[in-house]
Structures are given as structure tokens and as C-alpha cells.
Write a protein that binds this ligand. Sequence first.
Ligand SMILES: C[S@@+](CC[C@H](N)C(=O)[O-])C[C@H]1O[C@@H](n2cnc3c(N)ncnc32)[C@H](O)[C@@H]1O
Length: 259
Amino acid sequence: MTIEVDPDWWKSLFDEVYLITDARSVDDDRVTRQEISIFTTLIPLQPHERILDLCGGHGRHSMELYSRGFVDCTVLDYSRPLIDIGKNNAAEKGYAVSFIQGDARHTPLDSATFDHVLILGNSLGYIADPDADLLILKECGRLLRPQGWLLLDVTDGKSVRKKISPQAWHQVGDDIVVCRQREVNKGIISAREMVLSKSRGMIRDKTYRIRLYGEDDLVALARSAGFDGIQVHTNTSAMKCSDDVGCMNHRLVVSARKP
Ligand SMILES: C[S@@+](CC[C@H](N)C(=O)[O-])C[C@H]1O[C@@H](n2cnc3c(N)ncnc32)[C@H](O)[C@@H]1O
């Protein structure tokens, strides 16, 4: 690999600039609405149930769920900037969504208190330690009530390996250009992202690295974390555009239950 990456990249990448660079997938209400319409057909969510949106970023899925009457949503994310943006958005709309900053591997939340844990928008595979995602799923198991549901929505590694181009760029509004350089090696994608503002100059030059999952890997991970009733759902991406939106056009969704 020629792209060098700080193993702690995920602790600082997710901020206001990410909401611009990834706006096509994570800051487009139409996409979020479609995703929630798909996800709500895959697990039996009931309006009164407790839902944890783990690694939930600025809480777009919880906000959409709340607007549909799912009134007990908690968002937990490592990123302080995204948690603050989510809190402000919720306050502006008058939505009683809870936002908590924390690490998904070890949350401060009580055991067996959630009916559903959702990990959406490709939020696994960031931490260099190969056991980190297993720790996250074991934490989901601790937080769920018996018979509670886990829903994982990640990029489809097989499809990304086949289709992603080594270079991509796109423009955001009149001012911002986002350029990405990528390499895929041994099931891991490394990328350099340069963000140029025509008015302010270079506003980002960062690298990141994400572990890619195939169907079998995800099923094995959920099983190792103690889940059963594991089902894989393909063709679930709400991103039907032909643009190269990084890892986000090709998705794999897994549902599973705590025994
Ligand atoms: C691509 S974003 C998706 C956010 C959100 N789920 C969405 O779809 O808009 C991935 C998120 O995972 C969070 N994340 C990654 N690893 C985490 C960890 N160990 N603990 C908490 N949050 C984490 C990041 O901070 C980031 O907000």
C-alpha cells in the first residue's frame, strides 16, 4: 500500500467537512428517508420500543425514525462535532432524540435496555485492531434485551473491490471540489481525500482505511458475537445514482437476534 494512514484517523475525520464531502450519502434527506423505509421492512420496529443508533453520526436515521413516530431513539457516536450538530438539529425541530458521545466498543449505557440496535451507513471496519468490530457487536449483545434485534448496514466489500475506481472527484455546490485516491488490498480500502475550496484553498488532506466485509464475514462476525437468526439482505442501497459515492452505492444489510 502506498497510502499511509494514521490508525486513529476515525477519531478526527467525522466533522463538519465530512458532512460536506459525504453529503450525497449522509446529508440528503431523500436518501435517509428511503433507507429508513427499507430498514423498517427488515426488522419489526414498534413505535414505543427503545432504539439505539450506534455509530449514528449526526443522527439522521434517528431523526427520520422520530418523525415517523419512533419516539425512543438514542444516538451514540465517537465524534463530538457530529453529536453537537445532531443535538442542535434535534433541538431546532423539537425532537426528543438523545445524543451521547462515546466509543461503541465500551458504551456507558445499561445492559439489556434496548429492543433494537442499528449500526447504519457503513460504520464498521474503521479501527485497526482486527477484534474491534467483534467488541462492538458484543457490546450490542450486552445492550439488547433478549430477543432484541441487531441491524447492520455496511458497504458490500465484494462489490467495492470490483467496482471502485482508483481516482474520483466531485463538486459540492460552486465552491468545493472533493478528490479521492483509493487502493484496495487484502480486503482493506485505503483512501486519500483532498478537499479544495475555491474561496478558502485546501480545507482537508486526510487519509483513512476501512476493512471491507463480504456476506460470509458479516455472518461469521454476528455469530461470533452470540447472535442468531442471522439474515443477509442484498440490493438494499437507497443510493441508486450512478455517481461514484465511494463505498456507499454497494450495500449489504444483516439482521440478527439476541437469543
Ligand atoms: C460513515 S459515518 C456514518 C454515521 C451514521 N451512521 C450515518 O449513517 O449517517 C460512521 C460513523 O461511525 C462513527 N464511529 C466509528 N467508530 C466508532 C466507535 N468505535 N465508536 C463510536 N462511533 C464510531 C464515526 O464517528 C462516524 O460518525
